[in-house]
Design a protein around this ligand. Structure first.
Ligand SMILES: O=C(O)CNC(=O)[C@H](CS)NC(=O)CCC(=O)C(=O)O
Length: 275
């Protein structure tokens, strides 16, 4: 058994302030005895426009946010999974990535979001992520940690079951969905999609989410969750956007094995394609 923490915050365009919020989440995770901390998509900053998103991006070595968080991980010997922006291949775009910073403070894994959020919903969110973000083109194979094998996806990737099924087939025990969901789509879909991914892959789901008002244009839904492989919600941080908060839950790989043994999901790939 290993205790993990999921952290929730409201990132703004101030990287220094976002770092302070994440440092507080690290402190709370350490105090709770967690063995790893999972932070949301775009923890480093959420800007008010595509242009601002691009202008704030830094290389990994130059990001005060990332360097500061690496120091925390090293000092506390606490692995941190965190969503950030990185410079794109082409300077007109950025990468939306999630990193696994190990207990030595080193960037051990990196995944770049493959599905971008381009929506135009009447009376709802209008966002065109692909204007400022370059899409990734590969799945990161699940990687070994003291918690089990962790697999990374980001936010809108949640809506495409194929990526979760592929990660399960590659050995994932825990699938992560660091996010910044909009309020209307969050209310309608967030928990259902997360529980569906946990149930159909028989894996733990860890979904750290942004919450509250980032700027005059953006508000996020919150409800960071940890869900077990049976679909039970073990933790839910709600939509409280006061002080940044964590929630914790135990990862029990024996329970995961029991669920997979008792209800084997043997696919009929002779009838439909393997993903
Ligand atoms: O903008 C940034 O800097 C960080 N990126 C995000 O917040 C992304 C792209 S706008 N948000 C989502 O994918 C929300 C998906 C969603 O809400 C849904 O699928 O319903």
């Amino acid at each position: 058994m290993a205790l993990v923490a999921v952290g929730q915050l409201t990132s703004t365009a101030s990287m220094a302030n976002n770092l302070r919020q994440c440092q507080l989440l690290v402190k709370k995770a350490v105090r709770a005895g967690a063995r790893a901390l999972f932070l949301p998509e775009a923890s480093d900053y959420i800007a008010s426009s595509g242009e601002e998103t691009i202008s704030l991006a830094k290389s990994a070595q130059e990001s005060e946010f990332l360097v500061g968080l690496q120091e925390e991980a090293r000092r506390e010997k606490l692995p941190i999974h965190v969503g950030i922006h990185e410079l794109g291949q082409d300077s007109r775009k950025v990468k939306n990535t999630v990193l696994w910073i190990d207990e030595h403070g080193e960037i051990a894994q990196r995944y770049q979001k493959i599905h971008l959020f381009d929506v135009d919903i009447k009376d709802g969110p209008v966002l065109k992520e692909s204007n400022s973000v370059e899409r990734g083109s590969q799945i990161l194979p699940p990687f070994s940690t003291t918690l089990g094998k962790v697999a990374s996806t980001i936010c809108f990737d949640l809506r495409f079951p194929e990526i979760s099924l592929a990660l399960k087939r590659q050995g994932a025990d825990i699938i992560t969905f660091p996010s910044a969901f909009t309020v209307p789509t969050g209310k309608a879909h967030w928990e259902i999609l997360l529980r569906a991914r946990a149930i159909e892959t028989q894996s733990y789901v860890i979904a750290a989410a942004q919450v509250g008002r980032h700027n005059e244009k953006r508000v996020s839904y919150g409800h960071s969750m940890i869900i077990d492989p049976w679909g039970t919600v073990l933790a839910d941080l709600g939509s409280n956007d006061g002080e940044p908060e964590i929630a914790t839950a135990e990862i029990d790989l024996e329970l995961l094995k029991k669920i997979r043994r008792e209800m084997p999901l043997s696919r009929r790939t002779d009838v439909y394609p393997e993903v």
